[in-house]
Design a protein around this ligand. Structure first.
Ligand SMILES: Nc1ncnc2c1ncn2[C@@H]1O[C@H](COP(=O)(O)OP(=O)(O)O)[C@@H](O)[C@H]1O
Ligand SMILES: [Mg+2]
Length: 164
């Protein structure tokens, strides 16, 4: 049976310093499941993109001096599933399907390249994006971590093959 074994909720102001705060907090929280370096790297990348979107896009219409929030909820399951929900109550996305297309961006200049959702999709096992204009956006990502035995046998087979 699938049970939640641990849960974390965070609320942080949507300011750029909190991109690395979110990444580090989630990494620390996941340590209990002893993810591989690769799994942890994947999750950190996906989290970075989702949090950056809250910081860069969600509150772009806010009056100067006001700051919105990023809400994070992470759950660990006994099945080694990790679910990460990152949401904001910002401007929302008019057309989610279009926003998720590679290279679609509303960012100005060349600072954004429209690959955020693609990264989230490629580095997690499931991705769902829900958004309402004027209400906000919720990104839900799941990652299924390997069983520890699989990690050990991977290590053995790669050392046999002479890989690092
Ligand atoms: N949390 C969000 N709030 C409002 N708009 C968003 C949010 N996340 C993504 N978007 C929209 O989706 C587009 C694509 O996002 P993404 O793939 O991360 O590319 P980029 O951030 O480089 O523009 C953004 O340009 C923006 O218009
Ligand atoms: Mg982005």
């Amino acid at each position: 049976m699938k049970n939640i074994i641990n849960e974390m909720k965070l609320r942080l102001p949507a300011i750029s310093v909190n991109e690395s705060v979110c990444r580090s907090a989630i990494s620390a929280f996941l340590a209990e499941l002893d993810p591989t370096v690769e799994e942890l790297g994947d999750i950190r990348l996906a989290v970075s993109e989702a949090v950056t979107n809250c910081i860069v896009h969600a509150y772009r219409d806010m009056p100067r001096g006001e700051v919105g929030n990023i809400y994070i909820s992470v759950r660990l399951y006994n099945t080694r599933e990790v679910s990460i929900e990152i949401s904001d109550n910002g401007c929302g996305i008019e057309n989610v399907e279009e926003a998720m297309r590679p290279m679609f961006t509303t960012g100005e200049g060349n600072e954004r390249c429209g690959m955020g959702f693609l990264v989230m999709e490629n580095f997690t096992d499931t991705l769902s994006v829900k958004s309402k204009v004027g209400r906000g956006t919720t990104v839900l990502m799941r990652k299924f971590l390997k069983q520890p035995e699989e990690n050990v046998s991977d290590l053995i087979s790669s050392s046999v093959k002479g890989e690092k």
